[in-house]
Write a protein that binds this ligand. Structure first.
Ligand code: NDP
Length: 448
């Protein structure tokens, strides 16, 4: 047997990589991880966590708007972007330390530099050091896609948006997916003029249509402008530092920040996987089997770099299953069915299971139940915004195939509903459950 320095070398200390490192070490493996940026990865450092804190911070604007109706007299109010930005940055620092401590507590060595694969059992660090390992795990995540158009060097992505020196007055956002709509909500709530431009006439492709329509209606009423079938063509920097932004078929508009959120591609450029005979897929992803194994027996991959489901909890499960499989003697695969997801737009939406459209294509007959209601919290609000919940049910078995909701706290409510869908419960089971009154969630058991 060759003598390797480590049993496992992980490239990338994000959600999947850290979980795999920790669990492999707990199974007795000698583990090292290399990270070229910051320990924690996209979710912790410049994704889910700081984004959610910005959502919380900005959402106060809506509560403050409504407060007077509930009897509050508010003095002069102002918002300071620097305070929110720095608070978020401090929390990211705290979490990075917590992740580093987790690695230390599990005796995982960490190298704060880039590593590339130089063979089936070898990596090279940026410093030039070569390290051998019995297994290599690729967990390098994904990277924002920047489409090709004139002036794209003036645009930022979600990598940079958390560090803006000042709050922009006008923001143009390209894309109408998760990131675009979450930041559209944040900047809109903070009082910026927001324009969302997209190449198609759709937002949130793949989500339940009725929810997408509702989000569009509410966000337009809140002042977000949309330009559909109108991708960015040119971004020109003006003398005052602002930008003239031209989108297809429209005159130029002014912007102080142009945020591009047009998907994320697997982070494999220059990673050296060809040295181990691994052929990348069409979007640069690392092809793997159900056990996260690549075509090279000593190399595995988990998380966004495999381009299966780009969600943190999925990467964590994959990393854990990999470690149990390879080092724990308990081969495990992941069940990718009924993965709940949410868009932290304002209002947020969330869903699990099949949309109405998907179910119509897969089942002979389905039933659809909807509740279109004005949340009690919004009763006194001038905004008159309505929530919308939808259940998609197989008519033959009565099984609930999908739950979709938009409205205050939708993601918090949906997590519990996802258990019911995952467990295969029927509409009758939902109906048998006593309502919890007064709540928005009770709509789930009151749809007839
Ligand atoms: P999405 O895939 O969600 O959306 C991409 C958007 O960009 C779509 O509107 C798409 O248009 C448009 N687009 C794609 N390619 C181009 C192009 N070449 N030129 C112009 N427009 C283009 O990507 P995001 O960047 O928003 O997010 C990446 C991933 O990160 C998500 O898929 C998600 O998995 C994850 N994420 C999850 C979050 C959550 O769970 N809350 C939050 C943030 C990110 P069209 O649809 O019209 O083709």
């Amino acid at each position: 047997m060759p003598d390797y320095e480590y049993d496992l070398f992980v490239i990338g200390a994000g959600s999947g990589g850290v979980r795999a490192s920790r669990i492999a070490a707990s199974h007795g493996a000698r583990v090292a991880v290399a990270e070229e940026f910051r320990i924690g990865g996209t979710c912790v450092i410049r994704g889910c966590v700081p984004k959610k804190l910005l959502v919380y911070g900005s959402d106060f604007a809506h509560a403050l708007d409504d407060a007077a109706q509930f009897g509050w007299t508010l003095g002069e109010m102002s918002f300071d972007w620097g305070t929110l930005r720095d608070f978020v940055a401090r929390d990211v620092d705290r979490l990075e330390k917590a992740y580093t401590t987790t690695l230390d507590n599990n005796k995982v060595d960490h190298f704060h530099e880039r590593a590339v694969v130089t063979g089936p059992n070898q990596v090279r660090l940026a410093s030039g050091r070569e390290i051998t390992a019995k297994y290599i795990l690729v967990a390098t995540g994904a990277w924002p896609v920047m489409p090709d158009f004139a002036g794209n060097e003036h645009c930022i992505t979600s990598n940079e948006v958390f560090d803006l020196p000042i709050l922009p007055r006008r923001v143009v956002i390209q894309g109408a997916g998760y990131i675009a709509l979450e930041f559209a909500g944040i900047f809109n709530a903070l009082g910026c003029q927001v324009t969302v431009v997209n190449r198609s006439d759709q937002i949130l492709r793949g989500y339940e249509q009725a929810l997408r329509d509702r989000l569009l209606q509410i966000t337009m009423a809140r002042g977000i402008d949309y330009r559909f079938n109108s991708p960015l063509e040119r971004v020109e920097k003006l003398d005052d530092g602002s930008f003239a932004v031209t989108t297809k078929g429209h005159d130029a508009m002014g912007a102080d920040v142009v945020l591009v959120a047009t998907g994320r591609r697997p982070n494999t450029i220059g990673l050296g996987l060809d040295s181990a005979g691994i052929v990348l897929g069409a979007t640069g992803e690392v092809p793997v089997d159900d056990y996260n194994a690549t075509s090279c027996p000593s190399i595995y991959a988990v998380g966004d770099v495999t381009d299966r489901v780009q969600l943190t909890p999925v990467a964590i499960r994959e990393g854990h299953a990999f470690a149990d499989t390879v080092f724990g003697g308990t081969p495990r695969t992941i069940d990718y069915g009924n993965i709940p997801s949410a868009v932290f737009s304002q209002p947020p939406l969330a869903g699990v299971g099949m949309t109405e459209e998907q179910a119509r294509g897969a089942f002979l007959q389905i039933k659809v139940f909807t509740s279109d209601f004005r949340p009690m919290k919004n009763m006194f609000s001038a905004k008159a915004e309505r929530g919308l919940y939808k259940l998609v049910v197989d008519a033959a078995s009565d099984k609930v195939l999908g739950v979709h909701m938009i409205g205050p706290e939708a993601p918090e409510i949906l997590q519990a509903a996802a258990i019911a869908v995952k467990a295969g419960l029927t509409k009758a089971d939902f109906d048998d459950t006593m309502a919890l009154h007064p709540s928005m969630a009770e709509e789930l058991v009151l749809m007839r």
